[in-house]
Design a protein around this ligand. Sequence first.
Ligand code: ATP
Length: 650
Amino acid sequence: MDAFRILTGGTRLDKKRFQADVAHFEAPKADPVASTSTALPSELDFFGATAGDGAVGSAEDRKAKKKERKWKRAEEAAGADSAASTPADYPALLRRHKIKLTGLDLPDPVASVDDVVRRRRAVGGDTAAEGAEVLAQNWKSLGLKDPTGVQMAAWGTMLAGRDVLACAPTGSGKTFSFIYPLLALLSPSSASPDDSVIRPQAVIIEPTRELAVQVLRETRRLAGGGGWKAAVLGEEGVGLAKGKGKEGKKGKGKKGKKEKKQAGEADAEEVPAAQVDAPEPAEDGASGAEAYKVPIDILITTPLRLVFAIKSGAVSLSTTSHLILDEADKLFELNFLEQTDEILAACAKDRPAEAGEIRKGMFSATMPSSVEELAKGVMAGAGSGMVRAIVGHKEAATSTIDQTLSFVNTEDHKLLSLRSMIQGGQFTPPVLVFVQSIQRAKELANELVFDGINADAIHADRTPQERDELVRKFAAGQVWCLICTDVMARGVDFKGVKLVINYDFPQSAMSYIHRIGRTGRAGKAGRAVTFFTKADAGHLKTIVNVMRQSGCTVPDWMLALPNPSQDAKKALKMRPLGRKDISKTLGSGNAGDEGGAKREKSKKRERIMGGKRGVFKKGKKGEEGKADKASESKGERPAKRAKREVALDE
Ligand SMILES: Nc1ncnc2c1ncn2[C@@H]1O[C@H](COP(=O)(O)OP(=O)(O)OP(=O)(O)O)[C@@H](O)[C@H]1O
């Protein structure tokens, strides 16, 4: 017991133990005049706060920068038409950014957006370089400077026409790492008047609707003025299935609906087909499929939606040149595997020889080796084979996050601990709080609202519109504290989240890495506090291992804790620990109150929540919402959950 209390002290970076890492990652020595942003590790210092000739850094850092400057000068001297630069310096770049490339005949990483222009020009002259020039211009106008490590590796690999499997920390810019080279490689396509089928040049698969929309937004930021068309596949995109196009009226629409019923998706909510350089419905009133006569260069979608669209004949992937699986490890889990397989099969089906082999890219912050094996099987065929790019440690969290484990004894003490964090000024909004079920999210939100905290809960029980609205409010600072289930753990790029609290202990190392990765993004500092009770203690080592990999120091006795067995890990992943309802714990409005006071409190709570509910209109849940809900309810449905089990080597 006492031993656990020691854990509440949190963690600190053991500079002596991780000397080598510190040399790479640690910020320049404290400079009384410098701004706080100089505390960023150099490879994540996207905005160049530590760059420039006057930057102070470790000897190794200075040496690497000197080499890089020399290499850049040599590259400039090599002239605009040269695709290559001094190859001898690429290894230094890889070392500096902690990029580990494996594969045959490895392509050089890309050092800058101008390097992309040069490479495209070397391949196909001015015409091929046109898109890259637009992108470079947009990149600079966005105030972005050097590409990040994963961008350097993925850009180089994709521009060289190779398949890539990339694993890099949360918030390290993986989205641009595939969007940028895709756009650079694709010329905007022109409409084919009799083509009522969407034949995208590239397809990006995301596990949730929110991520698909977010990726579209990021594409928009880069693509302006280039003539590319990108869209999120929505009900409109499967317009045939809704009977909006001529063919749809004749039957494909019905088929689409039937398929939805079979898949248990009768309530599928229409996702507005958000568009870049939007193809507007034709003026004669045609919509749906008619509208999509306009070609789509990049189609962003969730797996299920794409599978429906392929089956209904609205989308064909037989000429698609690039397929990106974002959050790839998630897409290879059992609940997505079948759909991912169908999509891969659709890329090969009826593929004309002139379309060539489809190029693939897989990206994630976590990549268990069992999943990697599956992925490799899919990518093995390409040219000299795929390139594997790992940035930093594979099973580590982002080094800019200060991670703390906090012992709270029992469920009864969690709410009290949270309150004491709030009262002690350690609760620095915007804050994300993760719990293990929808019910607990609702209960905790009730408690915090009752305490006067500007909090709300986001989970798969809310409609897509409600989720969008909450995300917007959180981003705008109107909601300070968002209580989430694991649905929000992956990929979501909230700017400036300062603190993540794991109110409920995460069910796996992967869940932990993704959850806490909502803070400490793009080189910014962040904090993560994980509550654990006596009941969670058997799984503590799983998180300790991640903390150690991330460069945090942990007491020796804690390192000596036994690892949970593989069976115990699987069991926890399948089903969270049973926990006392938050509303029944000590310190909740419902517990420990007497008579009238209790009734008064619960009336007040009802009033607050009643008002809150009024903010949102009831609506249908989206397909992803349903899938998310199923996975959020894991604890209550062990039989269904068992089907989701996937061998993970965490
Ligand atoms: N080269 C860059 N310079 C500056 N900012 C960048 C750069 N690349 C990406 N960013 C910004 O960094 C943030 C995080 O990027 P992104 O969402 O792509 O991270 P990620 O690696 O995909 O994270 P996750 O694993 O959590 O999905 C975004 O706000 C993005 O705009």
